[in-house]
Design a protein around this ligand. Structure first.
Ligand SMILES: *Cc1c(COP(=O)(O)O)cnc(C)c1O
Length: 387
């Protein structure tokens, strides 16, 4: 077991923390550990670090510093965006419809479901095409003054599809409806710009771009008023109570700085690796096809496929025994034999959707890793097909 080399090909589930990021975080566990709300020296050191991080992130993502709310991660950012907007818009103008796509992460989909089941909202689904992209004319048909919020995923974690966020935002603004996008997956790969992308709210999460887990940000346009859902102290402009996690905030923003500065370089590498893998795979393994958008249009490090006559969970297990870590969809679905709702929503038949595989490469992935992976995958598919 210890002898077997382990190769990680699941960078969409999480990424290792960059060494530079770890170094940047350390002082805030040790000497600069103070509570950022305290008036004394120790508090001021922590506060200064948080505010510097806030300004740096604002510069990189194209928003104002005081539009950034630091949270405990992507999931919390999505919850805050949906709940805080839904409650505020219902109170303000009795808007009760939550419009989302059918390919949202659970952090959005389950939150919308809870708003419907327990808080008197109605969820409506904006249809997507077979690639998982929101259909703009259908959005226009669904949007009206009853809509409290529109939320559409920026870059899909399961199928790599990138949504036309600017166009969606422009439609929402025409109707004056708040628009949120979950960019937790896209954040590591696309040069997101809050203002130019026509966003009112944007979710980011540190551990998808070589930062720590348990920290994220929700960016909220100043003109868009939300109601806090976590109450307590006046932290984060009164919109998210709780002592800020100084080291994690510093780490996340440092990780994002590195990500943006090396984005073009790594995206080029990822694209080449994914293209090679896809070509080799489709040439040597029968009965498989791509899910989501074409390679040229999707998240550059992302390959998602379905295989005929293969149980996706078994495939992951066999690959894992051979020392390769991939996913059969989103990480949250381990052990569940249900077909992914995202794959069903883009029209993949259930039988095929049960044979899905997601391979996501990262900074540490080498060409040799992928050559070895290809052989392991060929064997594993044969094993799963009982041949
Ligand atoms: C990972 C992910 C989340 C959840 O973020 P956490 O920081 O893990 O809570 C939400 N949405 C998308 C698209 C993701 O990829």
């Amino acid at each position: 077991m210890n002898e077997l080399k382990q190769t990680y090909l699941d960078y969409a589930a999480s990424t290792p923390v960059d060494e530079v990021v770890i170094d940047a975080m350390m002082p805030y566990f040790r000497e600069d550990f103070g509570n950022s709300s305290s008036i004394h020296y120790f508090g001021q050191r922590a506060d200064a670090a948080i505010e510097k991080s806030r300004m740096n992130l604002a510069d990189l993502v194209g928003c104002e510093a005081d539009e950034i709310i630091f949270t405990s991660g992507g999931t919390e950012s999505d919850n805050l965006a949906l709940r805080a907007t839904a409650y505020a818009e219902k109170k303000k103008r009795n808007a009760k419809v939550v419009l989302i796509s059918p390919v949202e992460h659970h952090a959005v989909a389950k939150t919308a479901e809870d708003l419907e089941k327990n808080f008197g909202f109605t969820v409506k689904i904006i249809p997507v095409d077979t690639k998982g992209k929101v259909d703009l004319p259908k959005l226009v048909k669904l949007i009206n003054q009853d809509v409290a919020i529109v939320s559409v995923i920026y870059g899909n974690n399961e199928i790599g599809t990138i949504n036309p966020v600017r166009e969606i935002g422009a439609i929402c603004h025409e109707y004056g409806i708040p628009f949120h996008s979950d960019a937790v997956q896209a954040g590591g790969y696309l040069p997101i710009h809050f203002q130019m992308d026509n966003l009112d709210m944007l979710s980011l999460g540190g551990h998808k771009f070589y930062g720590p887990k348990g920290v994220g940000a929700l960016i909220v346009k100043k003109s868009h008023k939300i109601r806090a859902i976590q109450t307590g102290g006046a932290h984060e402009f009164g919109l998210r109570a709780g002592t800020q996690n100084t080291p994690y905030i510093v780490g996340m923003v440092k990780a994002y700085e590195i990500t943006r500065s090396k984005m073009d370089f790594f995206n080029k590498k990822y694209k080449m690796q994914i293209e090679w893998l896809f070509d080799s795979l489709t040439k040597t393994i029968k009965g498989c096809r791509l899910t989501g958008d074409e390679l040229s249009n999707r998240l550059p490090n992302h390959l998602s496929m379905v295989f005929d006559d293969v149980d996706g969970n078994q495939l992951i297990t066999v690959l894992s025994q051979k020392g390769f870590a991939c996913s059969s969809g989103s990480a949250c679905k381990t052990g569940s034999p249900k077909a992914s709702g995202v794959l069903l929503a883009i029209g993949i038949p259930e039988r095929l959707a049960l044979g899905s595989l997601r391979i996501t490469v990262g900074r540490q992935t080498t060409d040799e890793d992928l050559e070895a992976f290809l052989i392991a995958l060929q064997d594993s598919v044969m094993i799963c097909r009982g041949k």
